[in-house]
Design a protein around this ligand. Structure first.
Ligand code: FES
Length: 907
């Protein structure tokens, strides 16, 4: 057929039934992204004869004789005004949704802006998981308006040359955007699958239909007989080595309970076999022809039943040496500790509360699905290009599983399309590596959205009982927290999530008597894993609800209730046993956050309250350590050449967290140079010696701190070489290289490297407040005003940090009000698609007023603290507390969906 794409006539024939998305990508238009393949997310949006469509559900044949326009072709000469606006107004974080957003918005007119609600609904087919939509909405509004009248944003857009000059010169503290912004908005910045080695073949997975079964036999003969099928791999081909998909600096943080391909399957969807074929379509077809004979075993889905006597056992052979606490009870991790006598303290309290809260399974729903490509490079090394937050940890474990030295393996990322903890795992890299070695060709495995829901991980569902007491003055007398965490079929992150979830959530309050009972339990559900907040969100939901109940009972202002009971500088951090000695007060911004939140919430409604609805206000506070415990390692280096160009190298990954933008700001700040003189290499095991990875919000406070130290060292060495003292006038750094000492020379360049194993940790605080309206006859909840105040230390990039907070609040609202991965009675995920699992759309997310405390932290670079995952944590309890105060009944489980709130009101 003949069609035109971005103005060029093309003659090509799609395969029978092929969709327009894959047809365009096969033709090299990788700006057309894949987020769902079911027409729900909009990452694949293109224009067909000027009309925006989801190309994943548009038959390629429909393009015959038509004009197709992708994000890369929207502007006849460069970017459109909408794209420029998205770039200049920080309308993206990971940027995976952005080309599709630009395409859909390009079909709108200034008249579509007249009704903001209708405008948001027009954009509902384009999901963004990162930003919370406010910056996208503003950017699109400015870009579409285009007239220069009224909004003011266009003026900036039209003067982008001048703005770019200012931005380029900006260092620490400036609101600048990633230097790849123009490529991101046009879809030209490559993500994982946007570049592939020649001759790449594809992998498809045969998944288990049973929640628990032993594999008796696998007949792959029909699949292998298909022309173009290269191999079928089963447990007989996989290394007999146990590991965990969860990755940490210390590999012993997770239990060794997983095999690449196992002879026993423990959840529906688990890999049974993989097929490698010339095309993805053929691999899928061949996978359906693999016949597996199973011996079905009894399964258990309820975590309480799983730890009861007589329950089916998932990993009966695992022992504490494998980091499984008690395999005979399906218990992976367990803690029971107390300070004082809780029963006696509760009996003497003026007010007590006792409740059991539960939280749902939540999907990370990052728009770029998991995936990896593996091949043997010309240097003989196994090379893996992957969508990962932790390339170094993946390399190390991959080498261990294969029995190789780590230096025979290279792992790197391109730009990563979101993670939220879900990519702190090794879900794909192991199997593509095995497949590539088996067939001697590059092998790609890109998960479908359904696989994402059924074969990766979810947020740990938890049941949390809280018993708390307080005196008549509001001071806590006792706090008992009892947690049951469902880790699913494997223990990836089970231990860390349970301990962390019960750590800062309890340590934030100084009750004199505390008790903690917590267990993480195997079930035959989909595995749980790392998720933004790392367990804190679940436990904080319960504790902050209990704190609110006590405040109501005693007639104490909820902000004062927190101020009265929270730890403050000089206090020890006590969960329920010995104080945590590696946690410090590098700064303390809770009081300021509480004051600002109360003041800001007093402002007017952003959305008017409908008549007849019950209105209430609620708040919640949270504390978080600024990095994970027991060391987070970063190696960073900086070099400068004779041309004055700087090259910074770090191992941390960029997946929308903004780390790499701040890294360029640090270099620009230390050397007083424009950011355009800074080149970055990151997330590549060849770049530096090691980096623990991008999780726990460490990209700035660890990797950034290491880079800062390297920059300072190089700066001193360069200045010393010329006998200089630092001045305010610009320095020609390249000219100083000949005099620099030998230890700072690498060939023609001056160079410095810093190794940082950051162990001391500070604490940061967030306070979330809502005013909500609840419709009594339906249970519908509407947010009238939303406020979050954040103790982020010195804010390195206010625009970017605000975006992290807004995105965290939006994700928090989704999981608080409607997101839930549901499991049917067989143990299968019942809603493995965005159409059934509702991710917040633009029209769903209210404006959140963000304010920062004015702290400066002793431990972070330039006084900064981490602020990416913590904004999520207080959202659900603040909403629950607002609903409670509106209707007089307390929500005990999330999501607080309309039907659940309605049932609560009826009860
Ligand atoms: Fe929208 Fe990441 S920026 S999904």
């Amino acid at each position: 057929m003949t069609y035109a794409v971005n103005g060029a006539q093309v003659d090509a024939t799609p395969e029978p039934g092929q969709c327009l998305r894959t047809f365009l990508r096969d033709a090299g238009h990788v700006e057309v992204k894949k987020g769902c393949d079911s027409g729900d997310c909009g990452a694949c949006s293109v224009l067909v004869d000027g009309k925006a469509v989801h190309s994943c559900i548009t038959p390629a044949q429909r393009a015959a004789g038509r004009e197709v326009t992708t994000a890369a072709g929207l502007g006849s000469d460069g970017l459109t005004q909408v794209q420029e606006s998205l770039a200049d107004h920080a309308g993206f974080q990971c940027g995976f949704c952005t080309p599709g957003m630009a395409v859909t918005a390009s079909a709108l007119t200034p008249q579509d802006l007249d009704d903001p609600e209708a405008f948001a609904k027009r954009m509902r087919g384009n999901l963004c998981r990162c930003t919370g939509y406010r910056p996208i909405r503003e950017a699109l509004t400015h870009g579409i308006c285009g007239s220069g009248e009224g909004c003011g944003g266009c003026a900036r857009t039209l003067e982008r040359g001048a703005a770019a000059t200012t931005e380029e010169a900006a260092g620490v503290g400036a609101s600048v955007v990633h230097s790849a912004k123009d490529r991101v908005v046009a879809g030209r910045e490559p993500f994982t699958f946007d570049e592939m080695p020649a001759d790449t073949v594809h992998l498809s997975v045969v998944g288990s239909p049973h929640a628990h079964a032993r594999i008796v036999a696998i007949d792959a003969s029909a699949a292998l007989a298909m022309d173009g099928v290269l191999a079928v791999l089963t447990h007989e081909d996989a290394p007999d080595v146990l590991y965990s998909t969860g990755r940490h600096q210390h590999r012993t943080d997770d239990p060794d309970d997983t095999r690449m391909l196992d002879s026993v399957v423990r959840f529906i969807g688990q890999r049974v076999a993989v097929v490698i074929a010339e095309t993805k379509r053929l691999a899928d077809l061949a996978a359906s022809a693999v016949v597996v004979d199973y011996e079905v075993l009894p399964h258990v889905l309820d975590p309480e039943a799983a730890r009861a006597p007589g329950s089916p056992l998932l990993h009966p052979k695992r022992t504490p040496a494998d980091r499984v606490a008690d395999a005979s009870r399906n218990v992976v991790a367990s803690v029971h500790e107390a300070t004082g006598d809780v029963e006696a303290a509760l009996a003497e309290s003026a007010a007590t509360t006792d409740g059991t809260w539960s939280t749902s399974r939540v999907s990370h729903a990052q728009l770029e699905t998991h995936g990896a490509i593996a091949w043997v490079a010309d240097d003989g090394r196994l090379t893996v290009r992957t969508s990962s937050q932790v390339p170094f940890l993946v390399r190390d474990e991959l080498a261990r599983v294969l029995g190789w030295d780590a230096d025979r393996v290279r792992v790197f990322t391109a730009r990563v399309g979101g993670g939220f903890g879900g990519k702190q795992e090794m879900f794909c890299e192991d199997i593509v590596a095995l497949a590539a070695l088996a067939v001697g060709r590059p092998v790609a495995y890109e998960m479908t959205r359904e696989e994402e829901f059924t074969r990766t991980s979810v947020r740990h569902p938890m049941r949390v009982r809280v018993r708390a007491g307080a005196g008549s003055d509001g001071r806590l007398t006792a706090l008992h927290v009892d947690v049951l965490s469902d880790t699913g079929a494997y223990g990836n992150h089970a231990v860390g999530v349970m301990f962390h979830g019960c750590h800062e959530s309890i340590a934030v309050y100084r009750a004199p008597v505390k008790r903690l009972d917590a267990e993480a339990v195997y079930t035959n559900n989909i595995p749980s894993g790392a998720f933004r907040g790392y367990g804190l969100g679940q436990v904080i939901f319960a504790i902050e609800s209990a704190m609110d109940e006590l405040a109501l009972d005693l007639g104490i202002d909820p902000y004062e209730m927190r101020r009265l009971n929270a730890v403050r500088p000089g206090d020890p951090f006590i969960v329920a046993g010995a104080p945590d000695e590696d946690l410090k007060f590098g700064s303390f911004g809770l009081d300021e956050c509480l004051d600002m939140a109360r003041d800001e919430l007093a402002g007017p409604d952003d959305v008017p309250a409908p008549e007849g609805w019950a209105v209430g206000e609620g708040m919640a506070a949270s504390m978080i350590a600024t990095l994970p415990p027991r060391g987070h390692v970063a190696v960073a280096s900086i070099s400068v050449g004779a041309d004055g160009m700087f090259h910074a190298r770090s191992g941390t990954a960029e997946f929308g967290n903004g780390t790499t933008t701040v890294h360029t700001q640090i270099v620009a700040e230390v050397f007083g140079v424009p950011r355009s003189r800074v080149r970055l290499t990151h997330a590549d095991t060849d770049a530096v010696k090691h980096d623990t990875g991008a999780f726990g919000s460490t990209g700035i406070v660890v990797a950034g701190k290491a880079l800062h130290a390297a920059c300072v060292e190089l700066r001193e060495a360069l200045l010393a070489s010329a006998g200089h003292v630092a001045t305010d006038s610009p320095v020609d750094w390249g000219a100083l290289i000949p005099g620099v000492d030998a230890s700072h020379r690498r060939g023609d360049e001056a160079w410095a490297e810093s190794f940082l194993d950051q162990r001391e940790r500070s604490v940061a605080f967030n306070v979330q407040a809502f005013r909500v309206a609840v419709r009594p006859d339906t249970g519908e909840v509407r947010i009238l005003r939303s406020v979050q105040t954040a103790d982020a230390g010195v804010v390195m990039n206010p625009q970017q940090c605000r975006g992290q907070i807004e995105g965290g609040v939006a994700q928090g609202i989704g999981s608080a009000l409607y997101e839930e991965v549901m499991i049917d009675e067989r143990g299968a995920v019942a809603n493995p698609a965005f159409r059934q699992y509702r991710v917040p759309q633009m029209a769903d997310v209210p404006l959140t007023h963000v304010r920062f405390a004015t702290t400066s932290d002793d431990l972070g670079p330039y006084g900064a603290k981490s602020m990416s995952e913590s904004p999520y944590n207080p959202v659900a309890p603040a909403l629950a507390n607002a609903i409670r105060r509106a209707v007089g009944v307390r929500p005990m489980s999330i999501p607080m969906s309309r039907d659940r709130v309605w049932r609560m009101l009826q009860a």
